[in-house]
Design a protein around this ligand. Sequence first.
Ligand code: CUA
Length: 346
Amino acid sequence: MLRLACRLLLLATTVTIFTTCPATAGDTGVVQTPSIFAPASTPAFAIRELALIVLGITGVIFLVVAGLTVFALVRFRRRRGDDGREPPQVYGSRQIELAWTVVPILIVVVLFLVTARYIFAIEGRPQSPEALEVTIVGHQWWWEIRYPRLGIVTANELHVPVSDPEHPTPTFITLQSADVIHSFWIPQLAGKMDVIPNKTNRIWIDPQEPGGYVGQCAEYCGLQHAGMLLIVAVQSKEDFGKWVAQQQAPARNDAEVQAGRELFSSLSCINCHAVRGTKANGVFGPDLTHLMSRWTIGAGMIQNTPGNIRAWIDDPASLKPGALMPAMKLSRDDLDKVTAYLLALR
Ligand code: CUA
């Protein structure tokens, strides 16, 4: 009986922990604690449904096991007048052993079948012609975001149009990695999907409410794994159209930041960063063409303010220890010029 109780309790707690663990998001000012119980997209609705079914089954198991345990503790407690002898010791019972083997197997099979059904339903959805296509590449420790059909490259902030359930406009995301294994997870929009070097994975979302949704790398990928946040901005069709037009525009070429632009082009910045239409075409770091249109820098770590941009160029590790961008060691004057140039990249 005790072994049965232990096994069932273990099963119940394991399944419960795996299905309810909440995400931990940083202080990005959008959504503090994304919860799988507040879904906003079809795959996430399905996952909540599955989680509730599993919680229901494991909840019943918990009540039965805990109830029997409490009953045994109370009913067979030591009483005054006990003679102190052990109760009869029973060794081997085919019926009991069959019961505590077969019942858990049946429960696991049911959980497996229900889960498999949901996985196939989510992954089996074909890509529709009106779907938005995005490629997201995981890097240590930021997300590269490409819209191949729109000619847009950005970082860490995914903009998508809201999807009306009547006329869905889902977003299909191709996931790739530039270095190690990451995991793409926006708890309110879909399940986790591993981002694996030399392998392409796919995931889709169809957010039905405009707003900001926080995502987080969900596979340990090095020092700044926890500092690899992603914001999904779900916009009305008009707002999304405006954002696309703004991102497609060439980088601004303001005369008053000429000195900064020339300095930037002469430094090693351009080996890692791209500014469309200039000789900066590096791909190791985020594209800076419209840097100032983003809310955060350092993959959601800090707000995108002039002060933070300047501090980041001076020494990224002071804001994000382990960041792979080196400290540029510029003079105060040069630092001001490069900062002014980047601030003009709206
Ligand atoms: Cu990327 Cu953890």
